[in-house]
Design a protein around this ligand. Structure first.
Ligand code: NAD
Length: 505
C-alpha cells in the first residue's frame, strides 16, 4: 500500500485536506501476516461523519474469518515464535512498533479524524502519542517484572510464575479507536499472547493500518490479526469461540454483559470488561479556582464530543454557587463550539454516525420532557456541511433520577445537579449503576480525602478532571467493568498464574 510521504505535519485545514485526498485507505482484514478480504466476500462502507463521504470498502468478517485468525494465532503461539521469546526481545519489537506509530502519526491521526469525526488536533496531539506511549511504556515494563518464590520449608521450592494465556481476542469501541486498542494489545503482546483485534464497525481504519506497522516492526505472522466487522457477526464469533482463551473488551455495559454470557456458553474464556460510565464531577463552593473548575467541567463534557467513557456528565455543584457556577461553565463552553474536524483550531468535532447523533438528540428531548431546564446548546448545527454536529448542551434543574442523569448518553450533554452537604454529594454521586470515574473540587484537604474515599469509582481526581497516565490502572467499579487497563496491573489480565512445586531429596 503506497502512502503519502509528508515532511511536516499539516498546519491548516487545506493542508490536511490535501493529505486526505492522497490517502490510499486499506479496508481489508489482516490475518496471519497478510491483508485479505473476508472469506464470504462481504464488505461495508466506512462513511465519514464529517461530510458523509464514503472513505473505503471494509471487509465485513464473520465466523470463517474468526476461525482462520484463531487457528493462525494458536499455531504461532504453540510454535513459540513470539510466546517463548525473551521479554527483552519482545520489548525491542514493541518499541519499534511504537516508533512506527509516531513516524506515521499524521496519517494515523487523519484516518482517525476522517473515520470518527474527532478534531484533527486532538487526534494528532492526543490519540497518536497516547497510543505510542501505551505500547512503549508497556514494552519497557515487561522485562522488569519478576515472578515469585513461595516461602517454603527448606526442602521445597515453590515457584509462582506467570504464563501467557494463549489466544486473546480484543473487541474495542469507536470513541478512541487506537488508544483503546493499544491498552489491550500492548500488555497482551508484551506478555507473549497472540492477539485478534476486532475494531468497531464505526471506526476500523486505524486498526487495519496498525497491522502493517506491527508487521514492519517485526511482530511475526499470526501474532497480531485484525478482523473488522460487526459485533453480532465477527464479534460474537470470537466471543463464543472455543479456542479463544481470553476476551478483553471496551464498550457499552449491555454488550459487556452479553460477552460474559457468551463466555459461559462456550469455553469459560477469561472476560475482562471496560464498560460505560456516568461520572460525577463534584464542585464545592470552596474550590480553589472556580474558573479553572468551570473550564475543566466544560472540557469534561465537550472533549471528544462527549463521546468519552469518563465524561463528567453529572456536574454536582454546592447549592450556594450552583447558578453562578453553571453560568461559568456555559461561558467556558464557548471554547468548544463545533467546527470542521480538519481545521486545526477546532476543539469539538463531528458525532460518529447518524445513529449516535439521533440518540443524543433523543436524550435532549427526554431531558426537556422530564422537566429539566435547557440552559445551553441543544441544537444540531453545520447541517450544510453534510456532517453530524451538535452543540454542547447543558441542563439545569436536574434530579439524579431523571434519565438524562442516570443513563449514559455518550454525547456532549451535561446535567447540573445541586447538593447541600458532602454527604449528600457522595450519596448522589454513588447513586448510579456505574462507577468508572469521579472528581472532587475543594480547598479543604479533609473534604477532598473523605469524599475521594467514599466515592465508588475506579479513578478519582482531586481539583482537576481526567488525570493519570500509563503508570496508573484504569477501570471501573460496579457495572463500569472489571479488571484494569494500563500500568503493570494490566499484565494480570493476560497471564495465568502457575504454581510449580519441587520437593528436594
Ligand atoms: P458497543 O458496546 O456498542 O460496541 C463495542 C464493541 O463491541 C464494538 O466493536 C462492537 O462491534 C462490539 N460488539 C457489539 N455487540 C457485540 C456482540 N454481541 N458480540 C461481540 N461484540 C459486540 O460500544 P460503542 O458504542 O462502540 O462504544 C461506546 C461505549 O464504550 C460506551 O458505553 C462507553 O462508555 C464505553 N467505553 C468505555 C471505556 C472504558 O474504558 N470503560 C472506554 C471507552 C468507551
Amino acid at each position: 500500500m503506497s502512502q503519502p510521504v509528508v515532511s511536516a505535519t499539516p498546519s491548516s485545514q487545506a493542508q490536511w485536506q490535501a493529505l486526505a485526498s492522497q490517502l490510499n485507505i486499506e479496508g481489508r482484514a489482516y490475518v496471519n501476516g497478510a491483508y485479505q478480504w473476508a472469506a464470504g466476500g462481504d464488505t461495508f462502507v466506512s462513511i465519514s461523519p464529517i461530510d458523509g463521504r464514503e472513505l473505503a470498502a471494509v471487509a465485513s468478517c464473520g465466523q470463517a474469518d474468526a476461525d482462520q485468525a484463531v487457528t493462525a494465532a494458536r499455531q504461532v503461539f504453540e510454535r513459540g515464535t513470539w510466546s517463548r521469546l525473551a521479554p527483552a526481545d519482545r520489548k525491542a519489537v514493541l518499541i519499534r512498533f511504537a516508533e512506527l506509530i509516531e513516524r506515521h502519526g499524521d496519517e494515523l491521526a487523519l484516518l482517525e479524524t476522517l473515520d470518527m469525526g474527532k478534531p484533527i488536533s486532538h487526534a494528532r496531539k492526543v490519540d497518536v502519542p497516547a497510543t505510542a506511549r501505551a505500547i512503549r511504556w508497556t514494552a519497557e515494563a515487561i522485562d522488569k517484572v519478576y515472578d515469585e518464590l513461595a516461602p517454603t520449608p527448606h526442602d521445597q521450592i515453590g515457584m509462582i510464575s506467570r504464563e501467557p494465556m494463549g489466544v486473546v481476542a480484543a473487541i474495542v469501541p469507536w470513541n478512541f479507536p487506537m488508544i483503546m486498542a493499544s491498552w489491550k494489545i500492548a500488555p497482551a503482546l508484551a506478555t507473549g499472547n497472540s492477539v485478534i483485534l476486532k475494531p468497531s464497525e464505526k471506526s476500523p481504519l486505524t486498526a487495519i493500518r496498525l497491522a502493517a506497522l506491527a508487521q514492519e516492526a517485526g511482530i511475526p505472522a499470526g501474532v497480531f490479526n485484525v478482523l473488522p466487522g460487526y459485533g453480532h457477526t465477527v464479534g460474537k464469533a470470537l466471543a463464543l469461540h472455543m479456542d479463544v482463551d481470553c476476551l478483553v473488551f471496551t464498550g457499552s455495559t449491555n454488550v459487556a454483559k452479553q460477552l460474559m454470557i457468551y463466555a459461559g456458553q462456550s469455553n469459560m474464556k477469561r472476560v475482562w470488561l471496560e464498560a460505560g460510565g456516568k461520572s460525577p464531577n463534584i464542585v464545592f463552593a470552596d474550590a480553589p479556582d472556580l474558573d479553572k473548575a468551570a473550564a475543566e467541567a466544560a472540557g469534561a463534557i465537550a472533549f471528544n464530543q462527549g463521546e468519552v467513557c469518563t465524561a463528567g456528565t453529572r456536574l454536582l455543584v454546592e447549592e450556594s454557587i450552583r447558578e453562578d457556577f453553571t453560568a461559568r461553565v456555559c461561558k467556558a463552553l464557548k471554547a468548544w463550539r463545533p467546527g470542521h474536524p480538519l481545521d486545526p483550531a477546532t476543539t469539538c468535532g463531528a458525532i460518529v454516525d447518524q445513529a449516535q447523533l439521533d440518540r443524543i438528540i433523543e436524550y435532549i428531548g427526554i431531558g426537556q420532557a422530564e422537566g429539566a431546564r435547557l440552559v445551553e446548546g441543544g441544537e444540531r448545527v453545520m447541517q450544510e456541511t453534510g456532517g453530524l454536529f451538535i452543540q454542547p448542551t447543558v441542563f439545569g434543574g436536574v434530579n439524579n433520577r431523571m434519565r438524562i442523569a442516570s443513563e449514559e448518553i455518550f454525547g456532549p450533554v451535561l446535567s447540573v445537579i445541586g447538593f447541600q452537604s458532602a454527604e449528600e454529594a457522595v450519596a448522589i454521586a454513588n447513586d448510579s449503576i456505574y462507577g468508572l470515574a469521579a472528581a472532587v473540587w475543594t480547598a479543604n484537604i479533609n473534604t477532598a480525602h473523605k469524599v475521594a474515599k467514599a466515592l465508588r469509582a475506579g479513578s478519582v481526581w482531586i481539583n482537576h478532571y481526567d488525570g493519570g497516565d500509563m503508570t496508573a490502572p484504569f477501570g471501573g467499579f460496579k457495572q463500569s467493568g472489571n479488571g484494569r487497563d494500563k500500568s503493570v496491573h494490566a499484565f494480570d489480565k493476560y497471564t495465568e498464574l502457575k504454581a510449580t512445586w519441587l520437593m528436594l531429596d
